[in-house]
Design a protein around this ligand. Structure first.
Ligand code: MSP
Length: 474
């Protein structure tokens, strides 16, 4: 972070032609960890966390048609669906932004006006993938089809407005290479640099005769390219151009998947530079999930529903798997077998059992009381702020395993009768460690942290709190 005592974290705004799968939940949960961490570190009001829906896309039109609904009804229903899912997963967003909202439309107009000096009219001829909402160069096309969606590209020839991206080539390179390391991880930074060094071209930022989209203020025949307008959502959330939006902007952190880095690390910072606004403090691109080794795809029908997992195993189990299993920034795989195995081993056994055992022994041997002891510190601040969530959890679970080993060595249950004082000492030491473990888990596994805090509080054990992670058969 820079000096400003504010922190603004964003997720991509998601397309609403479908419901969320675990890939979307992954970005959103990661951003939620950061938001919770900084709220505890700074204060509640010093953090702004946004997520939302990207609605003005041709995909929306199509999906509304398939659903046999008008666009407004369809977008309202889908946006509510997305929001309800994040609510169920206890995502602590401050703003759920929809690009159909009036303040976004106003911000887009105000912003585009600021970059108008870099916009000119020209003719675009090229191949377009409407599912990516992007043009492709011949060199990027695979067998005449979109490299991502493998569908036929549309041949488009139209008058468009262009943004002078090449003008910002050197500034972009300087920004990316700057000491603050604004594009992470390293592999993505290099990918973006290589792309820029191959040469940037002006980008078309408007679409003629398109049904859906926000009109250009000075030429309403043209709709603003959905990506350009969607990126501006981050400024809408900050409150641009009014009030103290700049205070939020000083520490803005965009969490994105690696699929959308060109938009976030090239087009977006260049647009900001053109408007005289600082580029983001950090764009962190995480990797992609496969399911049992396969790409998540609608046609394969293999999308995993995050809600279903959370309903079976609990929100924190979903968070644990996503954050612990894959170093943030790398690609990873999801499998139901692995999920169940990790759940039973780490959560039910190592953590759940520990809490249960210590609470019940204290109940049995010492009337539910323990002496608070100061354990060796356990801090994962550095790992969380470095977005190394897997390492944060690893450090905490290492401490959990140490407690289990300690109990096995000390066998307090065998000493309860012959050495009652020693038994209480051993259990007090572990109970105090558990309290600290609970505190460290707060941003990562918030339900679990809250349950631990309710179970062990100020030297007393509350026997009413249920089992943390009941064992599951798979
Ligand atoms: N609407 C644009 C983003 C605009 S942001 C100004 C968009 N939306 S999307 O619905 O397609 O979501 C893309 C994002 O979802 C990815 O960047 C990533 O954050 C997440 N993921 C989608 N599939 C994923 C995986 N298979 N694995 C991990 N994350 C994935 O692009």
């Amino acid at each position: 972070m820079t000096k400003a005592n504010k922190f603004f974290v964003t997720t991509p705004i998601y397309y609403i032609n479908d419901v969320p799968h675990i890939g979307h939940a992954y970005s959103t949960i990661a951003a939620d960890v950061l938001a919770r961490h900084y709220r505890a570190k700074l204060e509640d009001k010093a953090v702004l966390f946004s997520t939302g829906t990207d609605e003005n896309s041709k995909k929306t039109l199509e999906a509304a048609e398939v659903a046999n609904k008008n666009v407004a009804d369809y977008t309202d229903a889908m946006a509510e669906k997305w929001r309800a899912i994040w609510d169920k997963l206890d995502i602590s967003y401050d703003r759920f932004i929809r690009t159909s909202q009036p303040d976004h439309v106003r911000t887009v107009d105000a912003f585009v006006e600021q970059i108008r000096h870099d916009i000119t009219k020209g003719v675009y001829e090229g191949l377009y993938c409407y599912r990516c909402e992007a043009f492709y160069k011949d060199s990027e096309i695979v067998e005449g089809k979109c490299p991502t969606h493998k569908i036929e590209l549309e041949s488009v020839r139209e008058e468009n407005y262009f943004f002078d991206l090449p003008k910002y080539t050197q500034k972009l390179i300087d920004w990316i290479k700057s000491e603050a390391c604004p594009v992470r991880p390293e592999a993505r930074k290099n990918e973006v640099l290589a792309f820029i060094e191959r040469g940037l071209e002006p980008i078309s930022i408007s679409r003629a005769h398109q049904e859906i989209g926000l009109p250009l203020a000075w030429d309403s025949e043209h709709k603003i390219y959905v990506w350009v307008e969607a990126l501006i959502n981050y400024l809408t959330v900050a409150g641009y151009p009014k009030g103290d939006w700049q205070a939020w902007w000083e520490n803005v952190c965009h969490i994105v998947g690696k699929d959308i880095i060109k938009f976030h690390c090239i087009i977006w910072p260049a647009m900001l530079m053109s408007a005289g606004i600082e580029p983001p403090w950090l764009v962190f691109a995480h990797g992609f999930f496969t399911i049992d080794g396969e790409k998540i795809s609608k046609s394969l029908g293999n999308a995993v529903d995050p809600l279903e997992l959370a309903e079976i195993y609990g929100n924190d189990a979903l968070r644990y798997y996503l954050l612990r299993e894959i170093p943030f920034g790398s690609d990873g795989d999801f499998s139901h077998e692995r999920f169940a195995a990790v759940y039973n081993a780490d959560l039910a056994n190592d953590l759940g059992n520990l809490v249960q055992r210590v609470a019940s022994m204290l109940g049995r041997y010492n009337e539910g009381k323990y002496d608070e002891v100061k354990p060796a510190p356990l801090t994962v601040e550095e790992q969380i702020e470095g977005l190394a969530f897997d390492r944060a959890l690893e450090a905490i679970f290492e401490r959990i395993r140490q407690q289990n080993v300690y109990l096995e060595q000390q066998q307090p249950w065998a000493k309860a009768k012959s050495e009652p004082a020693e038994t209480v000492k051993i259990l007090s030491r572990v109970a105090s460690e558990i309290v600290q473990i609970g505190q460290a888990l707060r941003p990562l596994l918030p339900d679990t942290a809250a349950k631990i805090a309710q179970t062990f509080a100020g030297g007393n054990v509350n026997p009413k709190v249920g089992i943390l992670f009941p064992k599951k058969e798979h």
